[in-house]
Design a protein around this ligand. Structure first.
Ligand code: E4P
Length: 218
């Protein structure tokens, strides 16, 4: 399973890349807006810091402008994936961009049908937003399960990217349900690193070892 970091913050990316766990980055306009006005420099830095895919979302609205901006974004670096929100008007744009050889992350996916349509167009990633479904009292993880089944039924090659992950249960089940990728905010990533029983276990081993009064093991 690939793990992406869901942030545009360069300090956090720098720290997390050191763990060797980060296969890519997802950004979005909300995340980018927190990093100041020099967005081009921020994005170039991020693309240089991470060996894997960096998703960058279009902010233009009119379809032809989205097409042009997608090309501009893709020309920033070889590891860029252009994020485009699902919208009927953007489907022909996505088709053109895919045939131009540009990697697309179809974002804000909230149904199996939306996922099916973008899979048919050959996008690289499909991003269902689990947490935002939970926010409206619908189990977001069923979306992961059903999109996985749909992709497998037809052998579509698009990768299923579990997005809007809010807690460990989302990651746990996304992994069991066969998501190809999960994008995780840094604060959630932090929580994944500690288990109280592991901490307790280390303390117990330590105190038992100290009773022997010996420093070296061998
Ligand atoms: C994914 O690509 C999005 O950036 C992100 O996961 C959205 O998460 P949110 O619903 O917590 O904003």
């Amino acid at each position: 399973m690939k793990l992406f970091l869901d942030t545009a913050n360069r300090e956090l990316i720098k720290e997390w890349v050191k763990t060797g766990l980060i296969d890519g980055i997802t950004t979005n306009p909300s995340l980018l807006s927190k990093e100041g006005p020099n967005t081009k420099a921020v994005l170039l830095d991020i693309c240089n810091m991470v060996p894997g895919d960096v998703s960058i979302e279009v902010v233009k609205k009119e379809p032809e402008a989205v097409y042009k901006q997608a090309h501009q974004i893709a020309s920033l670096a070889s590891n860029v994936v252009v994020k485009i929100p699902f919208k009927k008007e953007y489907l022909p744009v996505i088709k053109r961009l895919v045939s131009d050889g540009i990697s697309i992350n179809a974002t804000l996916i909230f149904s199996v049908i939306q996922a099916l349509l973008v899979a048919k167009l050959g996008v690289k990633y499909i991003s269902p937003f689990i947490g935002r479904w939970d926010d409206i009292d619908i189990d977001g993880l069923t979306l992961i399960e059903e999109i996985r089944q749909m992709l497998d039924n037809y052998g579509y090659e698009s990768e299923l990217l579990a997005a809007s992950i809010r807690h460990m249960i989302h990651l746990h089940h996304s992994a069991l349900l066969g998501a190809d990728v999960a994008t995780i905010p840094p604060n959630i990533f932090d929580k994944l690193m500690e288990h109280p029983l592991t901490v307790q276990g280390i303390e117990k081993f330590d105190s038992d070892w100290k009773k022997l009064g010996k420093e070296d093991l061998i």
